[in-house]
Design a protein around this ligand. Sequence first.
Ligand code: UD1
Ligand code: MG
Length: 497
Amino acid sequence: MYNSGAMDVRLAIVILAAGKSTRFHSKKSKLLHTLCGQTVIEWVLDAVLPLEPQQIVLVHGPHNEAELREALGDSYSDGEQQVGLTYALQHPALGTAHALLQAEPVLEKGITDIIVLPGDAPLIDDETLSMLFEARDESGAEHSVLTALAEDPTGYGRVIHSGDPGSGIIDAIVEEADASEEQKYINEINSGMYLFSANVFDQLRQAAETIGKSDVKGEYYLPDIVKMAPTAACLTDDFVSISGINDREQLAWAEGEILDALRRSWMQAGVTFRLPETVYMHADVKLDEDVEIGPNCVLVNGTEVGRNTVIGPGCVLDNANIGENCTLLHVRALDCDVDNNVTVGPYANLRPGTHLQDNVKVGNFVETKNAVIGQGSKLPHLQYVGDADLGENVNIGAGTIFCNYDGINKHRTSIGNNVFVGSNSSLQAPVNIGEGAYVAMASAITKDVPANALAVGRSRQENKEGYATRLREKAQRLKEQRAAEKQEGAGQAGGKQ
Ligand code: UD1
Ligand code: MG
């Protein structure tokens, strides 16, 4: 609970989201598009949770109610705290003042203050929002509005007051559509983010009667509240934090801002980035101290990397849990676990269900899936290891394929400790190879191999002395015979002319 002066604040957040995302050209609400793995609306919710609101209300339209409810449910948690989400329908959409009024019936009893935000400004943060309390308390105003200086204020509501930008009580906020040519030169703009006392609803109803709808847009304007009660301007020098997202270009720009902040905070936490601007990552990724991330890496969906591990260049880690002291080079890892002191790559594909235990070595052009590879085992080059359990210190030769699929079903292969499988072998699952067994290279293994046995699954070599010479002579005779036939054919054709 925010403590404002002597009074305890019981805060509600109202997020206005009844607008249509026309410029996104998307079947999905723009609030559900993602930046660094998190939806636009989740970024907004993350910004307000540290303010310890009692309740969050989402004002939606009929067009996006179902998808918002499905995506967000009836409460939101950032891992530390959980706040209830209430939904309020605005239909028809008659403007931002009308939108806020729809939240009133669902507000909990005893709410003293309301922060109102647009749903599409994902770069907002709790520090900027808490300035709204300070501006209000210092000025003695009833409400406060977050304002900013815009290089190009086109499209925004202009803030009109007698003092310096961001100071004192606001006289009026004039929308672009209603502004005079002179007012359009004002570059202090309304962010669309407000702190209101609970009197705002009565005041908005009064405004609807006395001021009414805009002649130009036919909407009830929320910024008209400044004419009903003293409202303080609260200037932020961080224009980025109040920016809204209206199309995919702005989405990409905002994601870039978030990425930049994420990478910088990991660098401050002890992670080295080589060419940080080439690394894409999600907000839920976790990196230990002394991790190093090379160029052109992608780390997403809760990927975690342990101390002293070097990732990249060129790794794509998706929900991968990588331990300490590992080296991964040009690796794609999806839904898998890698323990400590493991080296992988270059060019390895670790598919879901892969678990590489301590000291494993996976080399180039290796694919694993649903496979547990025991401590110290080696898959040095060119293997497919699917649906398998390998013990410790197993060595699988180059080109070995675990034949796990019979065309209809998948089967498992089990390999004991210290097994050696020679190069270019095919292991037909289901099959078990006992501890310490040896598989001769190029074997087709179709039945179990007992512990410490040597399995040879190929035909025996036979040498036929002098046979190659005879073959060559035969081939040479054939060549000469064909050349003679060709010449004869050409002579006959010439004779007919
Ligand atoms: C609004 C402000 C403007 C401010 C700008 C900042 C008004 C009249 N103007 O303008 O002063 O500079 O934001 O971005 O408020 N919404 C509803 N129901 C409605 C209309 C809008 O829920 O009937 C929601 C929208 O989904 C959006 C937010 O309110 O999240 C703002 O609406 P928008 O139409 O974008 O207002 P602007 O014209 O940008
Ligand atoms: Mg807008």
